[in-house]
Design a protein around this ligand. Structure first.
Ligand SMILES: Cc1ncc(COP(=O)(O)O)c(C=O)c1O
Length: 349
């Protein structure tokens, strides 16, 4: 980043680096960014095509009202308890805008989603990190932390582990500030924190259409919470962050429950097969409640990742402790897994 141009708070800033996106159709086996290996519902594609008409000259609904209403119906909530964003990532950023700014601390267990660190720098907040002893154990220090904003990614990324529901509830109960539970992967897990909405006014659930609805390219996510918290998010959002096509896609996707359920079931089935195959190749594998597996190969992870890349197979590696020895592999189709596993067999000899 050019020195002297950016503001002082961003000197030495390390931006979030998204996973590699090679050009479409170039033959890559792409298991690095937790996209769905299966397409979205055909009803979604039809709705997008039908909406791609001359109404695109008009701005979309600034509240993305049709999407809010459809999501509220799906979860038995009021539309005032739902807001919609340009992916879950925008909703995370809105939490900073609304609840934590310069001089505040923002707390989260580590390792977790690497977006929180750069957002702390951008908003001049300080990260309050709570290292996990065991990937599946929520650190007990998180609840008593006085930060006005906390994030709990559950199930977590990049580990894929699900924190215990009672521990999450205890952390929320002990928190005076807002606790945003990022449930980007929750549809692949046995349970969610949806019940907490009725009893805890300081909880926000952040969800996305990118994973279990196969719509990463549409950029649409949603938050569920009390009217007060949703109003706070709405008050700081940009006017038109969710476009007309994304709004109709969200409505069609949330209403096609059969497609959604089928996609989740297939991913969960493939996840079990992938974990078994990796264990057979002497990988250590974390029990996953997500659409990816976190696994430690029996040789340096960076070498495995580079050798897979030479074979046009992309997986994700975070080159920092305590996870430098691990790789995150998105659950793919059977054919994708065959290519991955054939590559791994060659690499591991
Ligand atoms: C933990 C977590 N939260 C949120 C997101 C946001 O996803 P999106 O912005 O595509 O909705 C991701 C994406 O990979 C994620 O891993």
């Amino acid at each position: 980043m050019p020195k002297g141009v950016v503001r002082k708070a961003l000197q030495g800033f390390h931006p979030y680096v998204p996973g590699e996106q090679p050009p479409d159709g170039a033959g890559w086996v792409k298991l690095n960014t937790n996209e769905s290996p299966l397409p979205p519902s055909t009803r979604v594609l039809e709705a997008i095509k039908a909406a791609a008409d001359d109404s695109l000259r008009l701005y979309p609904s600034p509240t993305a009202a049709p999407a809010r209403e459809a999501i509220a119906r799906r979860f038995g909530l009021e539309p005032s308890q739902v807001t919609v964003g340009n992916g879950g990532d925008e909703l995370i950023e809105l939490c900073f805008r609304a609840f934590a700014g310069a001089g505040d601390t923002v707390a989260f267990p580590t390792p977790t989603y690497p977006l929180f660190e750069p957002l702390c720098r951008i908003h001049e907040a300080e990260a309050s990190r709570h290292p996990t002893e065991d990937f599946a154990e929520l650190p007990p220090s998180l609840g008593p932390d006085p930060s006005p904003l906390k994030f709990i990614v559950n199930p977590n990324s990049p580990t894929g582990a699900l924190f215990d529901a009672h521990h999450v509830e205890a952390a929320v109960a002990a928190s005076s500030g807002v606790v945003a539970i990022d449930e980007a992967y929750v549809d692949f897990a046995p349970r969610s924190a949806l019940d907490l909405l009725a009893s805890r006014g300081n909880v926000l659930l952040l969800r996305t259409f990118s994973k279990s609805y196969g719509l990463a390219g549409m950029r649409i996510g949603f938050a569920l919470g009390s009217r007060e918290l949703i109003e706070a998010l709405d008050s700081v959002k940009d006017s038109y962050s969710v476009d007309r096509l994304a709004i109709v896609a969200a409505v069609a996707a949330i209403e096609d429950e059969a497609h959604h359920r089928g996609l989740v079931e297939e991913v969960v089935r493939n996840r079990g097969e992938l974990a078994r195959s990796l264990r057979g190749l002497r990988f250590e594998v974390v029990d996953s409640a997500t659409n990816f597996v976190f696994a430690r190969p029996p040789m340096p992870a960076a070498q495995v990742v580079a050798a897979l890349r030479e074979r046009q197979v992309l997986v994700r590696h975070y080159d920092r402790e305590p996870i430098a020895g691990w790789i995150r592999i998105t659950v793919g189709t059977r054919e994708q897994h065959e290519k991955l596993l054939a590559g791994l067999k060659e690499i591991l000899g």
